[in-house]
Write a protein that binds this ligand. Structure first.
Ligand SMILES: [Zn+2]
Ligand SMILES: [Zn+2]
Length: 75
């Protein structure tokens, strides 16, 4: 469970399924996060035709390939 919203960098209340970040979550399906979910630092985002990657200086890189979106399990 991420501690911070990747879209706006605000803390996420994990106890509620719905919240102010519902729209953020939807947008994060379409575009990379701007903030680290673990520490809310601004991340360095790189977008490529294959997807995107976002790098936190503290927590490393997270990324997604376009074809992977919508799937949470690896083959
Ligand atoms: Zn948010
Ligand atoms: Zn981080």
């Amino acid at each position: 469970m991420p501690a911070y919203c990747g879209r706006c960098g605000e803390p996420v209340d994990g106890s509620s399924a719905e919240g102010p970040h519902e729209d953020c979550a939807r947008l994060l399906q379409l575009e990379p996060p701007r903030y680290c979910a673990s520490c809310a630092r601004r991340m360095k985002v790189q977008v490529s035709p294959m997807g995107w990657s976002a790098t936190c200086v503290e927590h490393g890189t997270v990324g997604a390939r376009a074809r992977d979106q919508g799937s949470t399990t690896a083959p």
